[in-house]
Design a binder for this molecule. Sequence first.
Ligand code: AVJ
Length: 332
Amino acid sequence: MSDLKSPANFHWHDRDPGPELFSHAVLEGLGRTDKAVPFRFLYDKTGSDLFEQICRQPEYYITRTELCLLEDKAAEIADIAGPSVRLVEFGSGESRKGRLLLEALEDPAAYIPVDISKAALGAAARQAALDYPGLPVHAVWADFRTGFRLPLPDQGRIAGFFPGSSIGNFTRPQARHFLAGWRDCLGEGGAMIVGVDLIKPVAELEAAYDDRAGVTAAFTLNLLRRINRELDGDFQLSAFRHEAHYNPSTFAIDIHLVSRCRQTVTVCGQAFDFDCGERIHVESSHKYDVEGFQALAEAAGFSPQAVWTDKNHRFSIHFLTVAEISPSPVDA
Ligand code: AVJ
């Protein structure tokens, strides 16, 4: 990914888990009684483009609410973060949010965007390197859930930035595990800035994940197109529909692809039967209240330092620091 046109302050780090994992995940996931494909595979080039379009839909309040909140509070966040921060952005996409923080931070020491989409990451990180010529930019192409060693310059406080309520893709135990894992990487004085979507009326939540223009549906269905293309699948996209429902017992929007009829689909030469109405779980998006997320952060070894919410209480941004005392032992 490094080419002659890359500026000197741009560095590329390839931690891609590899294409074979996609076939493995799909064959294993479709072979289960409760069919499922991990959400990370939604983000090929088309998927990432569709996701950026989701962010501009009127029903999808998350992106614009968080951007407004960040714009409003960037100075306060920067103040708590202090000078010379090495900013690690998990799931950086277009880097819009990371750049908002970078511009507010005092003398940031490095920007380390981490994303699973090679195309989006490459373009956004290279542009950041061009726009901030004095700032080392280390683009890390990786699945941020799995452990990997970050290419970190050795000066400055590390602040992990996890915007967009991406943490909502995890179940609560997974989210705690993720935070606890990064707590150990961040080290003493380390911080985590996390954007978290708040619990709200079901109608508002369900509309956000099933916009009228059908962009979210296209985003979910694109997974089948990717399987067809990369894994020699024969899914008929018109034989499946997108479904998004709020589950009040897990506080999560659950997204499924639902088979419109009884059918058999072949992937990598293997046949998978679907009943009419049978579903593939594709993604869940967990919602929190402020106190609930702070309690989870504490269980992962962080101390909540500050939290900001918008006036309509749709979204929250949490500033957490690594707690002095280690977290209570985690069950499983
Ligand atoms: C990227 C996980 C934050 O859950 O709101 C949006 C993903 N999927 N619409 C979310 C998503 C369908 C999004 N996150």
